[in-house]
Design a protein around this ligand. Structure first.
Ligand code: MIC
Ligand code: SF4
Length: 641
């Protein structure tokens, strides 16, 4: 029986276990990446492990999220990460170099390699034929310390592409189409593998847009084959030697299939407030637009921005629109500056901001009250922009640029305007923003710890009776942005859990933190896809700090579930999802014989307020069980030494 590309790469890295879906395997991790908003925790944890040199082939620490530096906190975090990087042989990418995923693709992504990143959009690397997985910070710290990562073997969906894209439609429309078909939870437990004739028509940066936003499907990762287009990209980036051809076997068997004819796609948009709330731009209609933001790890490549520049050239941004552009990397900005494209953007009235995540994570550029903002980003969760009542639509760079000129949401293919062809040039390598470990005397490097960097909270081993008060009952599709909001006010406190914890669930229920502090031992009762979105382990660490013992939900998102387990918080699923409706804030829940029960496939939770008992399951695989018993991953690892 033929093999999928995903399984070939995983098998190639197998350290423990077998490729049986639903079972646990351990794989060798060739590379890791971190970014600064999750990175400080990662490096605090790495320091706690007492290692010398990292065990990976390559580990990179990027600074791209917290670049506003509105106080000393961000700069202190950067200095801390830089010092730890030097101590352990990790490459350090200075602020201003660009967004981690774009930079990693340009500089270090290699077909056939594995990559673990403390950011949910790490699967961007799948565009170049890697198995690139997003994970919680602690998992990335362990991958650096031991060179391995454990995961549940996913199934594989085949997205079979045929045809080629029409002018004014692009890679963003492909992934929006996939999201429309599969939904934000359709990828949970799967790797999404792209095959078919249509693959050839997509460049590596197109593919990276698609695999990047595969994170919004809840998938473990997404992957494209490595072919002539991959070779072409690596050559343009000055790394032809990194190319290896890779593809699935002709007769590979997949668990699910989705066919997409690229020629039939039209410009699409994800409407507020979910990435899978997709419709055609034409159906949504010519709604008035207040802001257009172009950039993010999804759509900030050279070709994307050259298309934007070509659309803007000689035109004027609509008087009622604020257009802001953040390029993906210093290399791209430099090229746009020297070839005149940036001048075209500025002349049209665009605001050019730093090569960083910026508005995508609410670091500036929040739209006005009640605004309509078109963004080429990947998430439009309510409030993520920093403006709670803004309506965010996710669109392609082409749709964003033409709409910025028209002042209304516009389907470019209906304008009669020609969409200019853009090709990628060869890039000269300039790594002046990179600091490479020098390999000498690194262990003597002093770790720079600013006053805002506080120790991370630790759980205690599981007790036999777990008693907790329901402190939240929030409904379906709760995102990690809901659990632990991030914006310019809170991102500077990513190294300070006690401070951050006071804002936990702030946007959903301002009383949550106070309620937990009063109850001391708490539980959350959630709906479907609880914890979707980012990889931030702060969405587990803040609840841990506030005394959350377990979460019962209808279902969990992959990375958040792992982060809960790493923190020793039990993720329970209802055997009978309608039971969710029975619960109320303030009720006391009890798990008796917890130590024995967590090892079984049924865990009884009693609601002492009503006397009713509910069947739930934690479905813990080998290592996961050990971690829950020990009170989290750090306690488990310490007990091994
Ligand atoms: C995001 O896009 O939500 C982030 C900010 O990049 C997060 C990481 C974080 O919360 O720091 C992610 O995607 O994992
Ligand atoms: Fe940065 Fe946004 Fe990408 Fe997250 S999704 S890594 S915040 S650009």
């Amino acid at each position: 029986m033929g093999k999928t590309l995903a399984y070939k790469i995983l098998e190639d890295h197998l350290v423990k276990g077998e490729m049986v879906p639903g079972t646990e395997i351990t794989i060798k991790m060739d590379q890791t990446l971190t970014q600064d908003s999750t990175g400080t925790m990662v490096y605090l944890q790495l320091e706690a492990m007492g290692i010398e040199h990292v065990k990976t082939e390559l580990s990179v620490a990027y600074i791209d999220h917290n670049t506003l530096q509105t106080g000393f906190m961000n700069a202190d975090d950067h200095a801390f990460i830089k010092s730890v990087a030097k101590r352990h042989g990790i490459l350090y990418s200075k602020p201003g170099n660009g967004i981690c995923h774009q930079l990693h693709l340009e500089n270090y992504g290699k077909p056939g390699k594995t990559l673990l990143g403390s950011d949910s959009h790490t699967p961007t690397g799948g565009g170049i034929g890697m198995i690139a997985i997003g994970a919680g910070g602690l998992d990335v710290a362990v991958a650096m310390a031991k060179g391995i990562y454990s995961l549940t073997v996913p199934k594989v969906i085949n997205v079979k592409l045929s045809g080629s894209l029409q002018p004014w439609t692009s890679a963003k429309d492909v992934i929006l189409k996939v999201l429309q078909e599969l939904s934000v939870k359709g990828g949970v437990g799967y790797i999404v593998e792209y095959t078919g004739e249509g693959v050839k028509s997509l460049s590596v940066t197109d593919r990276a847009t698609i695999t990047n936003m595969g994170a919004e499907l809840g998938a473990t990762t997404s992957v494209f084959p490595s072919d002539e287009r991959t070779k072409e990209y690596l050559t343009q980036e000055g790394r032809p030697q990194d190319f290896v051809p890779l593809t699935a076997d002709e007769d590979a068997v997949y668990d699910k299939e989705l066919d997409i004819d690229l020629s039939t796609l039209v410009p699409l948009a994800a409407k507020p407030h979910m990435p899978d709330n997709v419709d055609t731009v034409e159906n949504i209609g010519r709604i008035k637009v207040d802001q257009v933001a172009i950039g993010s790890c999804t759509n900030s490549s050279y070709v994307d921005l050259m298309k934007v520049a070509a659309i803007l050239k000689g035109k004027k941004v609509h008087p009622d629109v604020s257009l802001v552009i953040s390029p993906g990397s210093s290399r791209i900005t430099e090229k746009l500056a020297t070839n005149g494209a940036m001048a075209d953007m500025i002349a049209a009235g665009a605001r050019i901001i730093e090569n960083a995540c910026g508005p995508c994570i609410g670091m500036g550029q929040s739209p006005k009250s009640g605004a309509v903002s078109l963004r080429t980003f990947n998430r439009n969760f309510k409030g993520r922009s920093g403006t709670l009542d803004a309506d965010i639509y996710l669109v392609s760079p082409e749709t964003a640029a033409i709409s910025a000129i028209e002042g209304v949401l516009t389907d470019g293919s209906k304008t009669g305007l020609e969409m200019p062809e853009v090709t990628m040039p060869d890039f000269e390598i300039n790594d002046n923003f990179m600091i490479y470990p020098d390999g000498t005397n690194t262990q003597n490097t002093e770790v720079e710890m600013g006053p805002n960097i506080k120790p991370f909270p630790l759980n205690t081993p599981l007790t036999d009776t777990v008693r907790a008060k329901v402190c939240l009952h929030p409904g379906d599709n709760i995102t990690t942005d809901d659990i632990m909001p991030s914006d310019s006010r809170l991102l500077p406190y990513r190294s300070n859990i006690p401070h951050l914890a006071d804002y936990c669930f702030e946007k959903i229920d301002g009383e949550f933190a106070a309620r937990c502090k009063e109850a001391r031992e708490c539980a959350i009762v959630g709906g479907e896809n609880y914890g979707q979105g980012s990889s931030r382990e702060h969405a587990a660490l803040a609840p841990l700090y506030l005394g959350v013992k377990f979460v019962i939900a209808k279902s969990f998102a992959r990375i958040h579930r792992s982060n809960l387990i790493n923190s020793g918080i039990i993720p329970l699923v209802f055997k009978n999802p309608v039971d969710y409706d029975d619960f109320e804030i303030g009720q006391e829940l009890v798990i008796e014989n917890a130590i024995e029960q967590v090892t079984s496939d049924k865990i009884k939770v009693k609601n002492t307020a009503t006397g009713k008992e509910y069947d739930t399951a934690a479905n813990l695989l080998g290592l996961e069980l050990e971690m829950i018993l020990a009170g989290g991953k750090i306690n488990y690892l310490n007990a091994q030494d």
